[in-house]
Design a protein around this ligand. Sequence first.
Ligand code: FAD
Length: 457
Amino acid sequence: MFPRQAMHVLKFAIVGGSIGGLTAAYCLRQAGHDVVVLEKNTVDAFTNIPLCSLKIPPNMTRLLKHIPDIQNLFSQKGSIIPGFILREGQTSEIVGKMEFMTEEIRAGLRSDYYQVSYSDLWKHFYNLCNGCGVEFKFGSEAIEIQPAKVETDFITVLSSTGEVVCDIVVGADGNHSIVKEILDKYEVILEKTRKNVDEESKEEPGPEPWISCRLMVPLLRMQTDPELSILSQDNWENAWMCDGISYICGKDPLGQYYLIHVLCDHPRYFDLQETEWDDPLTEVPELLKKVEEPRLRKMLELATSCHITKQTSKVLLNNADKYNRIVVIGTAAHAAMINGSFNSAIAFEDAFTLGYLFSHLNFPDEVPFLLHGLNEITQRHTKIVRASDSGVLRLFCMPPGPEQEARDALFRQTLQHNQANEDTLELLWNTYITQFDYDAKEAVEEWWLNWMKPIQS
Ligand SMILES: Cc1cc2nc3c(=O)[nH]c(=O)nc-3n(C[C@H](O)[C@H](O)[C@H](O)COP(=O)(O)OP(=O)(O)OC[C@H]3O[C@@H](n4cnc5c(N)ncnc54)[C@H](O)[C@@H]3O)c2cc1C
């Protein structure tokens, strides 16, 4: 998977066994390191969850080609998303279109935009990890980390099932990360020498907090209504853009459900209570069903499951502590929008970057450089992802008024001749599309050639 393996072997303890944690575990093993994963849930919590679907944009699909048998998984269990149809929230009028899968775009990106069920992707990585000697501790909730006091100390993770002593703790523990909390609590953020990276990484804070929900409508129910069944005949995503809230709807990869992803940034939604992935609500809260457009309202009435996440844009501090013993990746490090286009991709890319960088480790004293590299590479990318997520929220949840009219006028251009001119596309989607081109592998290779190779040789 990587051109070489580390000459100096470290022990990594990864907190969190979801997409970010499993990818990190697999990549670090491929890089030659010892890995133990602590996950608070049981295996069943990942394999028996109600159907969840992850978006796999081209930047992630290309990177996944380095993972064994992934193409089989996609061809058997995934589906391709051709693009978005954008609808005015009250009238359902189609005001815009974004097509990913034109010949030209596909040729440029060398990959499709997929979706695949969470459980299927999770099981794929879990099997790979088991096959290459990753140790798992399921039902182990990390509670505390005893920090290293000097650079040479080991670090200890205290969990509900005992202690794990290791060289480096990787926090892949998601939205309410305890590892990130501990990192912040110790205030052991990298020193002033890295201030420039910090400054560069600062950005306009996104809207905060925001809510993202995933609702499921059984496809059979949709198909009994001619007005609704027409929506489920292809894999296009339909986005209804309303005031303070938007509903992005499409078929799940296995064709059993119509999934409705709800994004809202208006304070009137902030009292909604979060739910666990394996225990969603069986009734959609009334607040989410208050829409005027009759087709959308009917769909919301038919939904049988509702999962709610609340996110706050995290301050972009450095991703490692000053002794280079704790590092955070994925959702634990930065709040990419859950149910969005890039939340899985960025977790996967962070983990891949970590593994690839540590395949270059020759001596223990190189660890700080490699973590510095991780920080630099991931923060730059995170900044773009967050700008895109904020842009999507702002565009799709715009209140009525002149700004919304200007948005729709621009969107309408995308309906002419099937495509907008390049300037319009760039104006609307530049930040979003830019990420499709991101290549985490190339980012590591470039960083290594510029910074690490000269030091090692
Ligand atoms: C079961 C499940 C289903 C999901 N389904 C979807 C979906 O359908 N669509 C979507 O867009 N996103 C979904 N997500 C979120 C998605 O996986 C992430 O947004 C993205 O992949 C980034 O992943 P991550 O590994 O960084 O964090 P997460 O996927 O959030 O995983 C964090 C992991 O850390 C574990 N954990 C947390 N605290 C501790 C602790 N103290 N000790 C030990 N373990 C801990 C959690 O149990 C979880 O497994 C789901 C997440 C989970 C856990």
